[in-house]
Each structure stands twice: as structure tokens, then as C-alpha cells.
Ligand binder design. Structure first.
Ligand code: ADP
Ligand code: MG
Length: 694
């Protein structure tokens, strides 16, 4: 045993760069994929497989993937006449005299590995030849074999794993590293209790790691993958169950339901609540009547009217003699809230006063608001991060509300909740529609209210995909809207991995538009590195800017009813959910609005995603579609949610998630501190630490 793992790290927690073949550069690359330790490397299964059936040169079928063995008859580096591309060209033949042409683009390295006369295994897509009947392969995987005719390829052909990659990595290299540490798989602790595995027919972690990286059949791979997904979701749900138990252990003050309060509130609103608003309000009232603190997420599209639901809760808390606090991510949003809450509440509920607390106020004003909060004099304080500072105190905080909750870390939310004596009831709001299963999987510590209905009288935003050579028409539309007294957004493309590049390209686009396209209009620029983001927004809100050139930072619940055009460059680079968020920035007033999607060279797939936006205006439907369309190979979204793509894919089967939740709850109920489940305890602990440092 010990000789078999000689030279390998002793602990599964060892960093991957302790492996000689990996080293610091590759370790940094792997870290981008979330792979830091040997354990991570073992537990990260391929996301799919290429299947290369072994074939003979004379029976190759164009259009199929195959692996063949042959001898190199010639191999040389050539430079193409036009475009000056360097390629390695080879001819491979078998004993029967059949030949195949092979080309590698931009890979002169091949020449160092392969020589004339070598026996070689190749795996790739077979193409028919343009010259006669000879088959061809482009950029095939290759492996030099021993001269011995019996020698079989080790890594080429059959099922070849596809791992998620970043620049500088290949699936072959990762497969090599995995192979090197696979002898350590036997030490992996199984966080799934045996009875859970048995009930759900799941492999052990050891078997699923071995068989997930090196399956003999597709079925074996899927078995392994199912177990991995189950275990990951189980770990998450166990963590949520523990969080819920901890929250429930600290009681809140019960806020009784009063019909007269809701009647007065409704009378003062000036509109009828939608069915979704009534349902969400009722969900919250039921929670608040208990001494187990409410912990609810209100998920509703931009403009669905979440503020009114929060206001109803504030009214009820006030009637019970409790104060409330509402925290928003920016000062503009906080001020917007101040206006709305005052309109919704101050006239109809006498004695209910609303105050603002942001860092950009005079010291005297802040002092006044702080003492109104501390004395219990004011019923509601709305504000920004300024609310969670040490010197802010409440006499009797019963309800804490966080708007755009994904913009705050767990710690900030905790700080806000700690302002109460005991636990205040907690309401989080998000304008990012998420499919229900995903919400349960990622926000499992909260209960969910979905607001999937818009207040009446809204005109949907007309959405259009603009061909690259019709950009001029988009500019004309912008110009026409501005001439009619309206305003427009131009969103700059997302550039992966580099905020600096994003800022540079947005600045360049701003200058180009100002100089060449909209010289006579008032342009503004906003991006993440700008110090005075709020001031630019303020000027846009005040109508002093006609066209606001922006990066993704503009994606918050901002209300500018006068903005009627949203033009998005490089639309194919954004996720559907994000595009929908951008679109929600317009169409907030009574005028008809447009969303123009531009993409330079969209793939067919991304074009069909964009087309979806032109047809669907319900955020939840879009989110579901986005989840379905997101191929296994695309990991961006998954990583944003702190979940592997394997687990994300498993969410497409809602039954699986509900099984997982039942099992996780059962365990935590039987063993609240997970004292008898060491591996699970350790995994949950790692997970909880991860989420509380954000
Ligand atoms: P969001 O869910 O994006 O926070 P808001 O609460 O800001 O949405 O509401 C958007 C706009 O719709 C506000 O101007 C609000 O007054 C209005 N509104 C909310 N609910 C209704 C309703 N039931 N009927 C008509 N207008 C409503
Ligand atoms: Mg809002």
C-alpha cells in the first residue's frame, strides 16, 4: 500500500502544487476552476466524454469520431500560402496500404513528439478528403506507441474525459494529474451515511471517484455523476438545515396580524395589490406571527412591486410596537425607497415615521436619525451600509429587510439582524428571478415567496436582435427617442476576467460615441472603477444625461421612468438572466420602450438564446429556459451559485432535490450537531465558513 502511493502528498488537503507534475503555474490555473487541494482534484469529475471507437483506416466513416493506430509515413511543418498559417501535416498508413492525411494547426510541438516511422494512435473526428478518397483528421489527440505491434494506447481512444478548462490546461493534462492521485481515492471520507446511500441506491465516494474519472461505460460515468451531485446537494442542504436550526433557536417577538392595519394600509396605497403581492404579504404575515424568526426570500421580477409587500410588513410591525429597518445597496436606491415607503405608509398610518440613514449626510442629520432610531421614535429607517455601523441602535427592532440581497454578504446581513434584541424577523428581496429548484438549492435556509406577476397597465419592452451591419439603425432609434425627450442606456460588452479591460473598452466606446455618433447629445459614462458612480446616476435620474454608457454596474433596481431605450453591445456574452435585468431598466414609465440586442458574431446557439428574449418577457420563464439551455460545458453560472455544474445539472430533476432535502433534514433532526457524522460535519463546516466570509 505505502509503496503504491510513494511520492504522493500525504493529506487530501494538500495543495495540488505539491504534486511535481502540476507546479505553481498550473495550480493557479486549477484554482480558477475551484480545484485547490488533492481532494478537489479527485472530486471534480469530467463534465462529459468524447467517445472514440477503435477503427481501421480502410473502414473509417466521415462524420464519426474514431481512434486508429498506424505508422507515420511523412510528417512536416508547412506554412499556408494565404493567411500564412503554420501547420503540421502528416500522412499515416496501415499495413494494407490505406493512408490518412492528418493536420494539426498551430501546434509545432507535435513535431517534437512524433517522427517518421513512429507507430501512433490518433483519435478525432473523421472527415472525407477534398482530394480523392483519403480520409482526414484535424487536430486529433495523439499518442506515440512502442514499436511493438502489440502495444496499445493508454490515453487515446475509447472514452476520453472532458474536464472544464481555462487557458493553458487541456483535458489530457488534467486526466494525467487525476491518474497520478487516483491511488489516494481510497482515503476519501464518505459524507453520505451508509443508510442514505442504500436508500437512494448510490455508489460510495471511492467507487464514484474511480469510476467517474475512468469509466468503462457511459452508464458507469452517469452513476458516479449522480452520486456526486447527490452528495453535493446533500452537503448544502445539511448546511441549510443547521443554519435554520440555529436561527430558530433564538426567538423573535411575535407580531400579531391585525385586519384594521392591513385595511388602512390598502386604503392608502392608491392601487390594488396584485394576486402575487397579496400571496407574498400573507406568507410574511403568517411567519411574523410566530416566535421562530421569519427568514423569507421575496423573489420577484423588476417592477413586480416588492416594495409594497415590504411596506405592509413594516406597517404590521409598527402596529405591534416594533421598529423596522430596510437596507439597500446604493444611496440612490435607499433614497428611492425613502420616497416609496413614505408614500405608502406615512399618510395612512398616523404616527409611522420613516427616516433615511446614508453616509453621505451631514453629521447633524445622521445624529438626529440615530437618536430617533435609538429612542424608538421612528418606525422605519431606510438606508445603506451606513445602517450596520456600530453606533446605530434601535429601541425595539422587530423586522429587518434587505433589498437586492445578493449584493450583500452573509456577514452584513447578520450585522443588520444583530441590531435587534433577540432576532428580528427577516425579509430578503431579490429582483433576479430564479427557478424554484435553484432557489431551494442555493437559498435553502430561507423560505421562498415568488412574485411572478406584474402590476397591470405595463407595456412590455419591445425586444429586438439587431444585425451587426444594422447598428446605424439602432443609433437612429436612440436618437429619435432622445429627440422625443427620453433617455437611453448603452451597455458595453462583458470582457472575461479583467475589470481593467472592461473599463478601458467602456471608456473607448464612450469617447467614440461622443465624437462620432452622438456629438450633439449629452453623454455620460459609468463603470465599476468610477468613484462618483452615484453622482453620475443622480445626473441621469435628473435628466441631465441623454445617453448613459455603462458596464454591468447599472444592473440594480434603479427606477428611471424616462429611459426608453436599452441598447446592449456584445449581448451574446451575457447570460439571459442578466440581459433580462438590463431590459428591466427601461419600460418603467408609461412610454413604449425598446431593448436592442447587438452581437458581433454570435454562434447559432447564442443567437437562439437572444431570440428567446424577443419572445419571452417573464423573468421566471427565461430563467428556467436559461437553466435548460446552459450546456454542461458552461460553468460560469454554476460557479456563481457556488455549486458545481454536476450539481446544477442535477437540479433539472426537481424530484432528486426533494429527496436530498428529506434526507438532509432527517440527519440534522436525528443528530443536530452532526456529532456522529464526522465527514459530513467537516464538509458542512467548510461550506459554512465559505459562505460567512463573503
Ligand atoms: P420592485 O419589485 O422592482 O421593487 P417596485 O416595488 O419598485 O418594484 O414597484 C414598481 C412600481 O410599480 C412602483 O412605481 C410601484 O408604485 C408600482 N406598483 C407596485 N405595485 C403595484 C400594483 N399592484 N398596481 C400598480 N402599481 C404598482
Ligand atoms: Mg425594488
Amino acid at each position: 500500500m505505502s509503496t503504491a502511493i510513494l511520492g504522493l502528498p500525504r493529506s487530501l488537503d494538500a495543495s495540488v502544487d505539491t504534486l511535481k507534475s502540476i507546479g505553481p503555474t498550473n495550480a493557479a490555473r486549477l484554482a480558477k476552476l475551484g480545484v485547490r487541494t488533492v481532494r478537489d482534484l479527485l472530486l471534480t469529475l469530467p463534465f462529459g466524454w468524447e467517445s472514440y471507437e477503435s477503427a481501421q483506416l480502410d473502414t473509417l466513416v466521415p462524420g464519426r469520431q474514431a481512434s486508429v493506430v498506424g505508422t507515420i509515413l511523412s510528417i512536416k511543418l508547412v506554412t499556408t500560402r494565404h493567411r500564412k498559417m503554420r501547420l503540421t501535416e502528416a500522412t499515416v498508413g496501415d499495413d494494407g496500404g490505406t493512408e490518412m492525411r492528418v493536420v494539426w494547426f498551430n501546434n509545432p510541438f507535435v513535431l517534437k513528439k512524433l517522427q517518421m516511422g513512429d507507430r501512433v494512435a490518433l483519435a478525432g473526428l473523421v472527415k472525407g478528403s477534398r482530394y480523392g478518397n483519403r480520409p482526414e483528421m484535424t487536430n486529433p489527440h495523439y499518442e506515440r506507441l512502442e514499436a511493438d505491434v502489440e502495444a496499445q494506447p493508454k490515453r487515446v481512444g475509447g472514452l476520453m474525459p472532458k474536464y472544464h478548462l481555462v487557458d493553458g490546461l487541456t483535458s489530457r493534462r488534467i486526466a494525467g494529474w487525476v491518474e497520478a492521485v487516483l491511488p489516494l481515492a481510497g482515503r476519501l471520507e464518505d459524507l453520505l451515511p451508509p443508510e442514505v446511500r442504500e436508500r437512494n441506491n448510490l455508489l460510495s465516494v471511492v467507487d464514484s471517484v474511480r469510476q467517474g474519472h475512468k469509466p468503462d461505460t457511459d452508464a458507469e460515468y452517469w452513476q458516479a455523476r449522480r452520486r456526486m451531485a447527490f452528495a453535493e446537494l446533500f452537503e448544502l442542504q445539511a448546511a441549510f438545515a443547521m443554519m435554520r436550526a440555529r436561527i430558530a433557536a433564538e426567538p423573535a417577538v411575535a407580531i400579531p396580524y391585525r385586519q384594521d392595519v392591513i385595511d388602512a394600509f390598502k386604503a392608502g396605497l392608491g392601487f390594488e395589490l396584485t394576486r402575487a403581492q397579496r400571496k407574498a404579504t400573507w406568507d410574511a404575515f403568517k411567519d411574523m406571527q410566530e416566535t421562530v424568526p421569519m427568514n423569507r426570500l421575496l423573489d420577484g421580477d423588476v417592477g413586480s412591486g416588492k416594495t409594497a409587500v415590504a411596506a405592509a410588513c413594516v406597517a404590521m410591525a409598527h402596529a405591534a410596537g416594533m421598529q423596522a429597518v430596510v437596507m439597500a445597496p446604493t444611496e440612490i436606491l435607499a433614497r428611492q425607497h425613502l420616497r416609496k415607503f413614505r408614500t405608502y405608509l406615512e399618510d395612512s398610518l398616523p404616527g409611522l415615521t420613516v427616516e433615511l440613514l446614508v453616509s453621505n449626510q451631514t453629521a447633524a442629520e445622521r445624529r438626529r436619525v440615530r437618536s430617533a432610531a435609538a429612542s424608538g421614535h421612528c418606525a422605519l429607517v431606510v438606508g445603506t451600509h451606513a445602517l450596520i455601523e456600530d453606533d446605530v441602535e434601535f429601541a425595539n427592532l422587530g423586522l429587518a429587510v434587505v433589498d437586492e440581497q445578493h449584493r450583500f454578504g452573509t456577514r452584513q446581513r447578520e450585522l443588520l439582524r444583530s441590531k435587534g434584541r433577540g432576532r428580528p424577523h427577516f425579509l430578503a428581496m431579490t429582483a433576479t428571478p430564479i427557478p424554484r429548484t435553484l432557489a431551494l438549492a442555493t437559498y435553502g435556509e430561507m423560505t421562498l415567496s415568488v412574485m411572478d406577476e406584474m402590476p397591470p397597465g405595463r407595456t412590455p419592452v419591445e425586444t429586438e436582435v439587431i444585425e451587426p451591419d444594422a447598428r446605424g439603425r439602432a443609433y437612429d432609434l436612440v436618437r429619435a427617442e432622445v429627440a422625443a425627450g427620453h433617455q437611453a442606456f448603452v451597455i458595453c460588452p462583458l470582457i472575461e476576467e479583467s475589470e481593467t479591460l472592461v473599463v478601458r473598452s467602456a471608456t473607448a466606446e464612450f469617447e467614440r460615441l461622443q465624437k462620432d455618433v452622438f456629438a450633439d447629445l449629452r453623454l455620460g459614462l459609468i463603470h465599476g472603477r468610477l468613484k462618483d458612480k452615484e453622482e453620475v446616476m443622480q445626473r441621469f435620474v435628473a435628466g441631465e444625461i441623454d445617453v448613459l454608457v455603462a458596464t454591468a454596474v447599472v444592473e440594480v433596481g434603479l427606477d428611471v421612468p424616462n429611459a426608453t431605450v436599452m441598447m446592449i453591445e456584445g449581448a451574446d456574452r451575457f447570460g439571459l438572466a442578466q440581459l433580462h435585468q438590463f431590459r428591466g431598466r427601461v419600460g418603467r414609465g408609461s412610454a413604449a420602450s425598446r431593448c436592442l440586442l447587438l452581437a458581433d458574431e454570435p454562434s447559432e446557439k447564442s443567437l437562439s438564446r437572444l431570440q428567446l428574449l424577443t419572445r419571452v418577457d417573464n423573468g421566471f420563464t427565461l430563467a428556467e429556459e436559461d437553466m435548460r439551455l446552459r450546456g454542461m460545458g458552461e460553468l460560469m453560472g454554476a460557479r456563481q451559485h457556488g455549486m458545481s455544474d454536476v450539481a446544477m445539472d442535477a437540479l433539472l430533476q426537481p424530484e432528486l432535490l426533494s429527496e436530498v432535502r428529506i434526507e438532509a433534514e432527517r440527519i440534522v433532526q436525528q443528530d443536530p450537531e452532526l456529532a456522529d457524522h464526522a465527514a459530513l460535519h467537516a464538509a458542512v463546516q467548510r461550506r459554512l465558513e465559505l459562505t460567512s466570509i463573503s
